[in-house]
Design a protein around this ligand. Structure first.
Ligand SMILES: [Zn+2]
Length: 281
Protein backbone atom coordinates (compact mmCIF):
# COMPACT_ATOMS: atom_id res chain seq x y z
CA UNK A 1 0.00 0.00 0.00
CA UNK A 2 2.94 2.31 0.65
CA UNK A 3 4.21 1.56 -2.86
CA UNK A 4 0.77 2.41 -4.24
CA UNK A 5 0.79 5.71 -2.35
CA UNK A 6 4.21 6.54 -3.81
CA UNK A 7 3.16 5.54 -7.32
CA UNK A 8 0.05 7.73 -7.10
CA UNK A 9 1.83 10.88 -5.89
CA UNK A 10 2.75 12.07 -9.36
CA UNK A 11 -0.58 11.88 -11.18
CA UNK A 12 -3.16 10.80 -8.61
CA UNK A 13 -4.22 7.91 -10.86
CA UNK A 14 -2.79 4.64 -12.20
CA UNK A 15 -3.44 3.02 -15.55
CA UNK A 16 -4.66 -0.50 -16.07
CA UNK A 17 -1.25 -1.35 -17.52
CA UNK A 18 0.54 -0.12 -14.40
CA UNK A 19 -1.77 -2.17 -12.18
CA UNK A 20 -1.26 -5.33 -14.22
CA UNK A 21 2.48 -5.30 -13.54
CA UNK A 22 3.11 -3.30 -10.41
CA UNK A 23 6.69 -3.38 -9.03
CA UNK A 24 7.08 -3.95 -5.28
CA UNK A 25 10.72 -4.35 -4.17
CA UNK A 26 12.16 -7.21 -6.26
CA UNK A 27 8.89 -8.64 -7.50
CA UNK A 28 6.09 -7.63 -9.82
CA UNK A 29 2.49 -7.91 -8.59
CA UNK A 30 -0.68 -8.15 -10.58
CA UNK A 31 -3.13 -5.89 -8.76
CA UNK A 32 -5.96 -6.22 -11.23
CA UNK A 33 -7.52 -9.35 -12.67
CA UNK A 34 -7.78 -9.45 -16.47
CA UNK A 35 -11.50 -10.18 -16.51
CA UNK A 36 -12.83 -10.08 -12.96
CA UNK A 37 -13.42 -7.23 -10.57
CA UNK A 38 -11.66 -9.06 -7.76
CA UNK A 39 -8.04 -10.09 -7.46
CA UNK A 40 -7.36 -13.17 -5.35
CA UNK A 41 -3.68 -14.08 -5.78
CA UNK A 42 -3.03 -17.78 -5.22
CA UNK A 43 -0.26 -17.03 -2.72
CA UNK A 44 -2.50 -14.93 -0.45
CA UNK A 45 -5.13 -16.23 1.96
CA UNK A 46 -7.42 -13.28 1.38
CA UNK A 47 -8.46 -10.88 -1.40
CA UNK A 48 -5.87 -8.29 -2.43
CA UNK A 49 -7.94 -5.84 -4.48
CA UNK A 50 -11.53 -5.26 -5.51
CA UNK A 51 -12.49 -3.03 -8.39
CA UNK A 52 -15.43 -0.68 -8.38
CA UNK A 53 -16.62 0.72 -11.64
CA UNK A 54 -19.67 2.84 -12.35
CA UNK A 55 -20.15 0.97 -15.64
CA UNK A 56 -19.44 -2.57 -14.41
CA UNK A 57 -21.98 -5.39 -14.24
CA UNK A 58 -22.16 -5.31 -10.45
CA UNK A 59 -24.17 -2.63 -8.77
CA UNK A 60 -21.57 -1.41 -6.31
CA UNK A 61 -23.17 1.57 -4.69
CA UNK A 62 -21.55 4.19 -2.57
CA UNK A 63 -23.54 4.36 0.60
CA UNK A 64 -23.81 7.24 2.98
CA UNK A 65 -21.26 7.17 5.72
CA UNK A 66 -18.17 5.94 3.90
CA UNK A 67 -19.50 2.46 3.19
CA UNK A 68 -19.58 0.65 -0.13
CA UNK A 69 -21.87 -2.23 -0.97
CA UNK A 70 -19.81 -4.75 -2.90
CA UNK A 71 -21.99 -7.36 -4.57
CA UNK A 72 -21.07 -11.02 -4.52
CA UNK A 73 -19.62 -12.40 -7.70
CA UNK A 74 -22.29 -14.22 -9.72
CA UNK A 75 -22.95 -17.90 -9.01
CA UNK A 76 -22.08 -19.59 -5.76
CA UNK A 77 -21.83 -17.68 -2.49
CA UNK A 78 -18.34 -19.20 -2.34
CA UNK A 79 -16.00 -19.25 -5.36
CA UNK A 80 -14.37 -15.84 -5.75
CA UNK A 81 -16.29 -14.60 -2.74
CA UNK A 82 -14.50 -16.99 -0.38
CA UNK A 83 -11.30 -14.97 -0.13
CA UNK A 84 -13.19 -11.74 0.43
CA UNK A 85 -15.06 -13.47 3.27
CA UNK A 86 -11.66 -14.58 4.55
CA UNK A 87 -10.49 -10.94 4.55
CA UNK A 88 -13.53 -10.17 6.71
CA UNK A 89 -12.79 -12.99 9.15
CA UNK A 90 -9.12 -12.09 9.43
CA UNK A 91 -9.70 -8.32 9.53
CA UNK A 92 -7.25 -7.94 6.64
CA UNK A 93 -7.00 -4.62 4.81
CA UNK A 94 -7.62 -4.56 1.09
CA UNK A 95 -7.27 -2.16 -1.78
CA UNK A 96 -10.24 -0.71 -3.64
CA UNK A 97 -9.47 0.27 -7.22
CA UNK A 98 -11.98 2.87 -8.23
CA UNK A 99 -12.30 3.13 -11.98
CA UNK A 100 -12.86 6.76 -12.95
CA UNK A 101 -12.41 6.43 -16.72
CA UNK A 102 -11.68 3.55 -19.09
CA UNK A 103 -8.33 2.07 -17.95
CA UNK A 104 -7.80 4.78 -15.29
CA UNK A 105 -8.03 3.98 -11.58
CA UNK A 106 -7.71 5.67 -8.22
CA UNK A 107 -6.52 3.27 -5.49
CA UNK A 108 -8.20 3.65 -2.09
CA UNK A 109 -6.67 1.86 0.89
CA UNK A 110 -6.82 0.41 3.44
CA UNK A 111 -10.41 -0.72 2.97
CA UNK A 112 -12.04 -3.29 5.29
CA UNK A 113 -14.93 -5.71 4.97
CA UNK A 114 -17.27 -4.92 7.88
CA UNK A 115 -20.26 -7.13 7.00
CA UNK A 116 -21.05 -10.20 4.92
CA UNK A 117 -24.75 -10.21 4.07
CA UNK A 118 -25.37 -13.64 2.57
CA UNK A 119 -29.16 -13.28 2.06
CA UNK A 120 -28.78 -10.16 -0.04
CA UNK A 121 -25.46 -11.34 -1.51
CA UNK A 122 -23.18 -8.43 -0.74
CA UNK A 123 -20.24 -7.41 1.39
CA UNK A 124 -20.10 -4.07 3.08
CA UNK A 125 -16.75 -2.31 2.77
CA UNK A 126 -15.64 0.49 5.10
CA UNK A 127 -13.65 2.95 3.02
CA UNK A 128 -11.72 4.29 6.00
CA UNK A 129 -10.15 2.70 9.05
CA UNK A 130 -12.07 5.06 11.33
CA UNK A 131 -15.42 3.77 10.05
CA UNK A 132 -14.38 0.17 10.58
CA UNK A 133 -13.92 0.84 14.29
CA UNK A 134 -17.50 2.01 14.86
CA UNK A 135 -19.58 -0.48 16.83
CA UNK A 136 -22.32 -0.57 14.15
CA UNK A 137 -21.21 1.23 10.96
CA UNK A 138 -24.71 0.98 9.43
CA UNK A 139 -26.38 2.64 12.42
CA UNK A 140 -23.96 5.20 13.79
CA UNK A 141 -24.81 7.29 16.84
CA UNK A 142 -25.25 11.05 16.41
CA UNK A 143 -21.62 11.71 17.44
CA UNK A 144 -20.35 8.97 15.14
CA UNK A 145 -22.39 10.32 12.26
CA UNK A 146 -20.73 13.73 12.57
CA UNK A 147 -17.33 12.05 12.77
CA UNK A 148 -18.04 9.99 9.63
CA UNK A 149 -19.20 13.13 7.82
CA UNK A 150 -15.94 14.87 8.63
CA UNK A 151 -13.62 12.04 7.60
CA UNK A 152 -15.67 11.49 4.43
CA UNK A 153 -15.02 15.12 3.51
CA UNK A 154 -11.39 15.29 4.61
CA UNK A 155 -10.09 11.86 3.68
CA UNK A 156 -12.47 9.75 1.62
CA UNK A 157 -13.17 12.17 -1.19
CA UNK A 158 -9.60 13.42 -1.43
CA UNK A 159 -7.83 10.69 -3.49
CA UNK A 160 -10.52 10.53 -6.16
CA UNK A 161 -10.86 14.32 -6.32
CA UNK A 162 -7.10 14.74 -6.76
CA UNK A 163 -6.97 11.97 -9.38
CA UNK A 164 -9.80 13.48 -11.42
CA UNK A 165 -8.52 17.05 -11.19
CA UNK A 166 -4.87 16.28 -12.02
CA UNK A 167 -6.03 14.19 -14.95
CA UNK A 168 -8.31 16.96 -16.27
CA UNK A 169 -5.49 19.52 -16.01
CA UNK A 170 -2.93 17.12 -17.55
CA UNK A 171 -0.81 17.38 -14.37
CA UNK A 172 -0.15 21.12 -14.77
CA UNK A 173 -0.70 24.07 -12.46
CA UNK A 174 -3.64 26.10 -13.84
CA UNK A 175 -1.80 29.33 -13.02
CA UNK A 176 1.89 28.77 -13.86
CA UNK A 177 1.73 25.43 -15.80
CA UNK A 178 4.33 23.78 -13.54
CA UNK A 179 4.32 20.10 -14.54
CA UNK A 180 5.56 18.31 -11.44
CA UNK A 181 2.73 16.21 -10.00
CA UNK A 182 4.46 15.95 -6.64
CA UNK A 183 4.24 19.72 -6.31
CA UNK A 184 0.58 19.88 -7.37
CA UNK A 185 -2.63 19.81 -5.33
CA UNK A 186 -6.27 19.58 -6.27
CA UNK A 187 -7.60 22.82 -4.78
CA UNK A 188 -11.28 23.39 -4.03
CA UNK A 189 -12.79 26.56 -5.50
CA UNK A 190 -15.59 26.60 -2.93
CA UNK A 191 -14.28 25.05 0.31
CA UNK A 192 -15.47 21.52 1.11
CA UNK A 193 -17.33 22.55 4.29
CA UNK A 194 -19.66 24.80 2.28
CA UNK A 195 -22.83 23.63 0.55
CA UNK A 196 -21.55 23.96 -3.04
CA UNK A 197 -18.07 22.75 -2.10
CA UNK A 198 -18.61 19.34 -3.66
CA UNK A 199 -15.57 17.25 -4.70
CA UNK A 200 -16.24 17.42 -8.45
CA UNK A 201 -13.78 18.49 -11.13
CA UNK A 202 -15.78 21.67 -11.91
CA UNK A 203 -15.18 22.76 -8.30
CA UNK A 204 -11.47 22.00 -8.56
CA UNK A 205 -8.27 23.55 -9.85
CA UNK A 206 -4.88 21.90 -10.22
CA UNK A 207 -2.54 24.31 -8.45
CA UNK A 208 1.11 24.09 -7.41
CA UNK A 209 1.79 24.35 -3.68
CA UNK A 210 2.65 28.05 -3.88
CA UNK A 211 -0.42 29.03 -5.89
CA UNK A 212 -2.70 26.82 -3.81
CA UNK A 213 -1.57 28.51 -0.59
CA UNK A 214 -1.79 31.94 -2.24
CA UNK A 215 -5.33 31.17 -3.48
CA UNK A 216 -6.45 29.92 -0.07
CA UNK A 217 -5.12 33.03 1.64
CA UNK A 218 -6.63 35.42 -0.93
CA UNK A 219 -3.25 36.70 -2.14
CA UNK A 220 -4.19 35.27 -5.53
CA UNK A 221 -7.68 35.44 -6.98
CA UNK A 222 -9.29 33.94 -10.08
CA UNK A 223 -12.16 35.79 -11.70
CA UNK A 224 -15.03 34.00 -13.49
CA UNK A 225 -13.51 34.98 -16.86
CA UNK A 226 -10.49 32.78 -16.00
CA UNK A 227 -8.08 35.65 -15.26
CA UNK A 228 -5.47 35.49 -12.51
CA UNK A 229 -5.31 38.44 -10.11
CA UNK A 230 -2.68 39.19 -7.50
CA UNK A 231 -3.45 41.11 -4.32
CA UNK A 232 -2.72 44.81 -4.98
CA UNK A 233 -0.58 45.32 -1.87
CA UNK A 234 1.54 42.32 -2.85
CA UNK A 235 2.09 43.84 -6.28
CA UNK A 236 3.76 46.85 -4.63
CA UNK A 237 6.22 44.82 -2.54
CA UNK A 238 9.86 44.30 -3.44
CA UNK A 239 11.53 40.99 -2.64
CA UNK A 240 13.37 38.08 -4.26
CA UNK A 241 12.60 36.06 -7.42
CA UNK A 242 9.79 33.97 -5.90
CA UNK A 243 7.69 37.06 -5.26
CA UNK A 244 8.51 38.60 -8.63
CA UNK A 245 8.31 35.59 -10.95
CA UNK A 246 6.15 33.29 -8.84
CA UNK A 247 3.45 35.77 -7.86
CA UNK A 248 3.62 39.31 -9.28
CA UNK A 249 4.17 38.14 -12.88
CA UNK A 250 1.08 35.94 -12.66
CA UNK A 251 -1.16 39.01 -12.42
CA UNK A 252 -3.38 39.25 -15.50
CA UNK A 253 -2.48 35.81 -16.83
CA UNK A 254 -5.12 33.62 -18.33
CA UNK A 255 -5.93 30.46 -16.43
CA UNK A 256 -5.08 27.13 -18.13
CA UNK A 257 -8.27 25.10 -18.05
CA UNK A 258 -9.25 21.59 -19.21
CA UNK A 259 -10.55 21.02 -22.75
CA UNK A 260 -13.74 19.22 -21.80
CA UNK A 261 -16.59 21.59 -20.98
CA UNK A 262 -17.75 19.47 -18.03
CA UNK A 263 -14.31 19.69 -16.42
CA UNK A 264 -13.75 23.45 -16.77
CA UNK A 265 -13.94 25.41 -13.52
CA UNK A 266 -17.50 26.47 -12.76
CA UNK A 267 -17.88 30.23 -13.30
CA UNK A 268 -20.51 30.66 -10.58
CA UNK A 269 -18.29 29.04 -7.99
CA UNK A 270 -15.29 31.10 -9.18
CA UNK A 271 -17.40 34.24 -8.89
CA UNK A 272 -18.49 33.39 -5.36
CA UNK A 273 -14.91 32.77 -4.33
CA UNK A 274 -13.61 35.85 -6.18
CA UNK A 275 -15.86 38.07 -4.06
CA UNK A 276 -13.87 36.98 -1.00
CA UNK A 277 -10.61 37.85 -2.74
CA UNK A 278 -11.95 41.32 -3.59
CA UNK A 279 -13.32 41.83 -0.09
CA UNK A 280 -9.98 40.97 1.52
CA UNK A 281 -7.99 43.35 -0.72
ZN1 LIG B 1 1.64 27.33 -9.98
Amino acid sequence: MQHLTDATTEKGTLTREQLLSFPVADSVWKLLDHSRGIRNPRELAATLTVMSSPTGPYRDEDLQGGLLKYEYRAGSVNGDNTKLRRAYELGMPLILLKKIEPSVYVPIHPVYVVADVQDARYFLLALDEGIRLLSDPLNPSEDERRYVERITRERLHQPEFRGRVLRAYETRCAVCVLRHGRLLDAAHIVADHEVTGTPITANGLALCKLHHAAYDSDLLGISPDYQVHINSALLEETDGPMLRHGLQEMDGRELHVPHRASEKPDRDRLGYRFQKFLASA
